[in-house]
Design a protein around this ligand. Structure first.
Ligand SMILES: O=C(O)CCC(=O)C(=O)O
Ligand SMILES: [Fe+2]
Length: 188
C-alpha cells in the first residue's frame, strides 16, 4: 500500500448519477486535449453560461475530497485542482505515465477517476493498468472510483478503445492553494 498508495471504491456513484453526468457531457462536451478524446470541464461549463450544470458535481467533489483526505491522512489539506468529464472514443489510448509528469502538472498530488459506464457493455478495450503493485488491472465499471497518488509510485496506462465511448469523471487534488479550481470558477 505505501509503495503504491491507491484506493478502489466500488459503487461510489449511483447508476442515476452516472447517467446524469453522461447526459451533461453529451450536451456540453468539446474536443479534448488528445485525439479521440472529448471533455467537459467545470471551467468550461461556467464560462459558457451553463453554470447551473455544475450543481450535481458539487457534492461528488466534496465526497471524493473527504475520501482522499481520510485515506491518505491529509485532512483539510487538499484543494480540487481540476474537475472534468472525459470520454474516449475508438482509437484513444494512453501509454505509461504518472499524472504529474509535466512541469505544469507538478501541483497534482492525487487523482480520482470515476467510471460512468462499463467495460464490454458501453465500450470495448479501455482497460486501466498499473505498471506495478496490486491490483494491476482495473476493469472500468459504472459507479466505481480509483484514487491514486499522481507521482511515479502509480505509473499507469489505458489500453486502446476498440468500440463505443468510455466515459469518466476525473478529478485531481492539490495541496497547493494557488491551484484551487474553486477560486478560478469564482473569477470567471
Ligand atoms: O480514464 C482513466 O482510466 C485514466 C486516464 C488517465 O490516466 C489520465 O487522464 O491521466
Ligand atoms: Fe493518468
Amino acid at each position: 500500500m505505501m509503495e503504491h498508495p491507491r484506493l478502489i471504491l466500488r459503487n461510489f456513484l449511483s447508476p442515476d448519477t452516472c447517467k446524469e453526468l453522461e447526459f451533461i457531457h453529451k450536451s456540453s462536451s468539446t474536443v479534448g486535449y488528445r485525439p479521440n478524446v472529448l471533455s467537459t470541464t467545470l471551467l468550461h461549463l461556467v464560462a459558457t453560461n451553463s453554470a447551473h450544470l455544475i450543481i450535481p458535481f458539487i457534492p461528488i467533489r466534496e465526497r471524493l475530497r473527504e475520501k482522499v483526505e481520510e485515506h491518505f491522512g491529509c485532512e483539510y489539506e487538499l484543494f480540487v485542482e481540476f474537475t472534468g468529464l472525459i470520454s474516449w472514443c475508438k482509437g484513444a489510448s494512453i501509454g505509461w505515465h504518472s499524472d504529474d509528469n509535466r512541469d505544469y502538472l507538478k501541483q497534482r498530488d492525487f487523482a480520482a477517476v470515476c467510471y460512468l459506464n462499463s467495460y464490454e457493455v458501453d465500450f470495448s478495450g479501455g482497460l486501466f493498468h498499473f505498471q506495478s503493485g496490486e491490483p494491476s488491472t482495473i476493469v472500468p465499471m459504472a459507479g466505481d472510483v480509483i484514487i491514486y497518488t499522481a507521482d511515479d509510485r502509480n505509473i499507469h496506462s489505458v489500453s486502446e478503445i476498440h468500440k463505443g465511448e468510455r466515459a469518466t469523471l476525473t478529478l485531481w487534488f492539490s495541496r497547493d492553494a494557488s491551484h484551487d479550481e474553486d477560486a478560478k470558477l469564482l473569477k470567471i
